[in-house]
Design a protein around this ligand. Structure first.
Ligand SMILES: [Zn+2]
Length: 284
């Protein structure tokens, strides 16, 4: 089916009180793993590309792979830019075929973040593309973007209300204690803060850095109002474990298909588990 926007997926998720999984892709195998899992679960899904993915594969390759996969899929698929860093990059992605972009202005002061987000919105709205923004600073490392633990900043609920009022974004990423990358201990999520934000803000909320967050915490976040959950690290782990297992078991294997194939299968299994956890199975 034709690809859909984030806004369309979020509206249905809000109705059904579930979250849509947003999975990061870097190459063909990952795109296929995401689509295989979504089709097996009959789930809507978001394929997203980060700065690192665009640098690694090239924007044109990412778009070609994801659009082909999305248009052929029997489930609704959105192609989303993860942590867009500038107005120019968002416009580039919009014109290349993304159905949704994130503009991450969280490193800027509030009013500057609002101005930047509105600039992206003015272009995106004209062509029917969705926009996610971020308020507060999510810690950890996502490809090129690193936020020190001491600089991570939880989202202020009142500011979130003001931000959404001034922008009208389609989804808002909030900082409530999750971080990008692998966790050292158990993350402490601030559910009280999430509830306050949810009460004051009427757009779907997004949880970043969700790999390694215990299942019960993910469920609770979705109960409160999270409608998009980003997963990258768990996919990397599954893929590299798959590669490592084959190479350890068959050191003389030289066929890349026999190494990457099982890694793709393993990654797809992890994506299916996440989709079930998010409650988006059979929602396509
Ligand atoms: Zn993120």
């Amino acid at each position: 089916m034709p690809m859909v926007t984030l806004a369309e997926l979020m509206a249905k998720a809000e109705e059904g009180k579930y979250a849509v999984g947003a999975f990061n892709c870097n190459n063909m195998e990952i795109v296929q793993a995401i689509i295989m899992a979504a089709e097996a679960e009959k789930a809507p899904v978001i394929i997203q590309a980060s700065q690192g993915a665009i640098k690694y594969a090239g924007l044109d390759y990412i778009v070609a792979l994801a659009r082909l996969a999305g248009d052929k899929a029997s489930v609704p698929v959105a192609l989303h830019l993860d942590h867009g860093t500038s107005f120019e990059q968002c416009v580039q992605c919009i014109s290349s075929g993304f159905t949704s972009v994130m503009i991450d202005g969280s490193k800027h002061a509030l009013e500057d973040n609002i101005a930047l987000t509105n600039r992206v919105l003015s272009v995106a709205r004209a062509v029917g593309v969705s926009v996610e923004a971020e308020l507060g600073k999510i810690g950890g490392t996502e490809d090129d973007i690193h936020v020190d633990e001491k600089d991570a900043l939880f989202t202020d609920p009142e500011e979130a209300r003001y931000f959404v009022e001034k922008t009208g974004v389609d989804a808002l990423a909030v900082a409530i204690g999750t971080a990008h990358g692998q966790y050292k201990g158990r993350p402490e999520l601030d559910f009280e803060r999430l509830s306050q934000i949810e009460k004051l803000v009427d757009v779907p909320l997004v949880l970043h850095g969700s790999s390694g967050v215990p299942d019960e915490d993910i469920r609770r976040a979705i109960e409160i109002g999270v409608r998009k959950v980003n997963i990258d690290t768990n996919l990397r782990e599954a893929f590299t474990e798959g590669v490592r297992d084959v190479i350890n078991a068959k050191p003389n294997e030289i066929d890349p298909r026999k190494i990457l194939g099982p890694a793709k299968e393993r990654m797809s299994e992890v994506i299916r588990e996440k989709i079930r956890l998010f409650g988006s199975s059979n929602q396509a």
